[in-house]
Design a protein around this ligand. Sequence first.
Ligand code: ATP
Ligand code: LTN
Length: 332
Amino acid sequence: MQSNPGKPRVFSGIQPSGGLHLGNYLGAIRNWVRDQDKYDNIFCIVDLHTITVPQDPAALRENTLSLAAIYLASGIKKEQAMFVQSHIPAHPELAWILECFIPMGWLERMTQFKEKSGRERERSSAGLFAYPALMAADILLYDTRYVPVGEDQRQHIELTRDIAQRINQRFGDVFTLPEPMIQAAGARIMGLDDPEKKMSKSLAGDTPGHAIFLLDPPDVVRKKFARAQTDAEPAVRFPAGAGVRNLLEIYRTITDKAWPAVEQEFTGKPYSVLKSAVSDAVIEALTPIQQRYREIRADDAALMRQLRGTADRLTPIADTTLQRVQHAVGLR
Ligand code: ATP
Ligand code: LTN
């Protein structure tokens, strides 16, 4: 089943919680695509994580297929292992075992839980609280070495290492320790409407100007960048304020340019010049993705067959790890 057997195992996942945005692309998918030949990859669509907050069933089904199509349209090769988390029961089974070894205090410190539960802490689901155990299970089931993600996921991968070490210390070498793979560029893209907040799918639902979606048509991309928050300066100066810096970060990541070149290109230029350059660069990157996306979505049945087939082929790998853990803790 492995795409590049013998190479280090990479595992990553994204939630089918809505349309993907530029932060997901620059912080995660683009790096998976660029480095896919260097690793033995598994790319997951983490639908069990998505139901930790309320979802409309039809929308969840649609977002799951849409995310699979986005992976492929972005350049993940067809032969890579791409599957839906809920198709492999070993994920929630291992998560349960891990939950029984993770102290509550570790979960209480997770910033994502604090942010997502907010003032509704008492009413948020137990699943949202236990979310990091399921993510640790995803990673540990496949003896993963590297987890390519954006900066916001670092704390989850640290918890994954901590729980793996704790179990290894107590029961012997059960798990491989994973490491985060976080790039210097594009690891934390901020909201266009508010550069103090991370661009996120959840916030994008409430504020149309917050995020650029990968499927936004060119005129919408231009409009959103035109309205992006900057500051009161008349032109680009360095050090730039948060809003301008975010636009420059998007530009330098998507064009693969170094900071000094970008500084030189925009110093003293009016914001309209920067906004139009970043719009052009983003539209150039998104247009072929959108084209391929439409082609792939023309045959949803084939896409579903691919996802099911991959899950069937990965199940024995996941089951082998699960059985090792079950044996180690005395369940078999
Ligand atoms: P949600 O709002 O539903 O939590 P999200 O937009 O934060 O969603 P995830 O599905 O949690 O997206 O993340 C998918 C991947 O994209 C992860 O690797 C994550 O680190 C990365 N990512 C998410 N937001 C950003 C961002 N603003 N900048 C860079 N990377 C990001
Ligand atoms: N928590 C991640 C999604 C996720 C993930 C994973 C990422 C679930 N399981 C395993 C990497 C590896 C998020 O919210 N982006």
